[in-house]
Design a protein around this ligand. Structure first.
Ligand code: KG4
Ligand code: ZN
Length: 365
């Protein structure tokens, strides 16, 4: 039997401070009563990436404000909250510690249970919140900090089928934008420029296609774009808008092709394990890219399965996903309470070694 529960969730593992309130009714349906996200883009803009110390301080300053705003939006007081949830990792340690301390304070002051949630589980379970997707399903997480294929069989059953061995795709989009003098975040800027470009002008690689499985790599592709750019500059003394558009289109086509092939393989890997996915799901900021969405939709329809891409506000970092994951978690495990520890590295799939690619946004375990 489902118990009704109102949960206040906190997320601060990277560069967004977020708080949300979710209500699960006795009928098992969950609704988002409030979801507040305060980004830190301006604070890090001058540094070309997230500065962990600045992020941690900004989280510490914004967490209680976000929680208060969420309660105002939901029209609730703290006494009406039944449980607290917080991202306990993976992520930048200072941010995760800030969130965990804040949530512990709230739980201790109110005597209510506290649940620690894996940030990646939050992303991976979002299709169940938005689309009631049934287990098992395949989740492709593609953001500035994450890139992995997960076979999701249950609230605590995640099998990592593959992931990036170096950069995350969003990180690659951001770096390409920087190389070409486009604004940050690079994804939308590269996508816009690519619209008028010729994707076949530059011969760019399709990394790791020759390797079995569904691991990905984007760092060599980035170097290939750099070389192509330098060759144009050496020949013509600079880049025209057409050159930039062609490079963006070529880069985006390579990412799209590779994701299509690897997603097909990941689908096949699920089927071989007798876990025929009910849906192909995508989450993370890169899921905003129309070319990538289109190709994933085509892959899903090739397997005659649904394609689920939650609304962007729930695809990118937010606290509603953390609250939802906690609601699923509380059905199968006890709260962590005051023993909860921040875990900067916390692989979802404990049976596979962590994938420790470098990245502006911390661990991609
Ligand atoms: O999920 P997200 O908001 O933050 C984390 O990385 O956790 O994702 C942000 C990333 C950035 O790297 C951004 O450049 C990328 O998502 N992104 C895109 C697009 N919109 C955002 N990448 C490709 N195409 C887009 N339209
Ligand atoms: Zn994330």
């Amino acid at each position: 039997m489902t118990t009704a529960c109102t949960v206040l969730a906190i997320e601060s593992s990277c560069d967004d401070t977020a708080a949300a309130i979710l209500r699960r009714g006795a009928d098992g349906r969950t609704s988002i009563l409030a979801s507040v996200v305060r980004g830190q883009t301006d604070l890090h803009a001058a540094y070309g990436g997230v500065v962990p110390e600045i992020a941690a301080r900004a989280h510490a300053e914004a967490l209680d404000l976000c929680a208060e705003e969420a309660m105002d939006t939901a029209g609730m007081t703290i006494s009406e909250i039944d449980a607290f949830a917080v991202t306990a990792g993976p992520g930048l340690i200072g941010g995760v510690v800030s969130g965990v301390m804040c949530a512990k304070g709230l739980a201790m002051a109110t005597g209510k249970p506290l649940y620690g949630v894996n940030h990646l589980a939050g992303h991976a379970l979002t299709p169940r919140l938005t689309d009631a997707t049934a287990y098992p399903y395949l989740m492709l997480l593609v953001s500035g900090g994450h890139c992995q294929f997960l076979l999701v069989r249950g609230p605590d059953q995640f099998e990592r089928l593959g992931g990036t061995i170096d950069d995350a795709p969003g990180e690659a989009f951001d770096k390409i934008a920087r190389l070409l003098g486009l604004e940050q975040p690079g994804g939308p800027a590269v996508e816009r420029s690519a619209q008028s470009g010729a994707s076949d002008r530059f011969r760019l690689p399709r990394p790791l296609l020759d390797r079995d499985g569904c691991d990905l790599s984007f760092s060599g592709l980035k170097t290939a774009v750099l070389r192509a750019r330098d060759a144009v500059v050496a020949e013509k003394g600079g880049l025209t808008q057409v050159d930039v558009a062609d490079l963006c289109a070529g880069f985006q086509a390579s990412v799209t092709d590779v994701l299509a092939v690897k997603t097909r393989r990941a689908m096949q890997m699920c089927i071989q394990q007798d876990a025929v996915p009910t849906a192909l799901c995508v989450a993370g900021g890169v899921a905003a890219n129309q070319a990538i969405r289109t190709v994933l939709e085509t892959v899903a329809s090739g397997f005659k399965t649904d394609f689920v891409a939650p609304p962007l506000a729930l695809c990118t970092d937010n606290a509603a996903m953390i609250g939802y994951a906690a609601l699923e978690q509380m059905d199968i495990s006890a709260p962590a309470g005051m023993t909860l520890a921040a875990r900067p590295r916390w692989p979802l799939d404990q049976s596979r070694p962590a994938m420790l690619g470098s990245g502006k946004k911390g661990a991609k375990a």
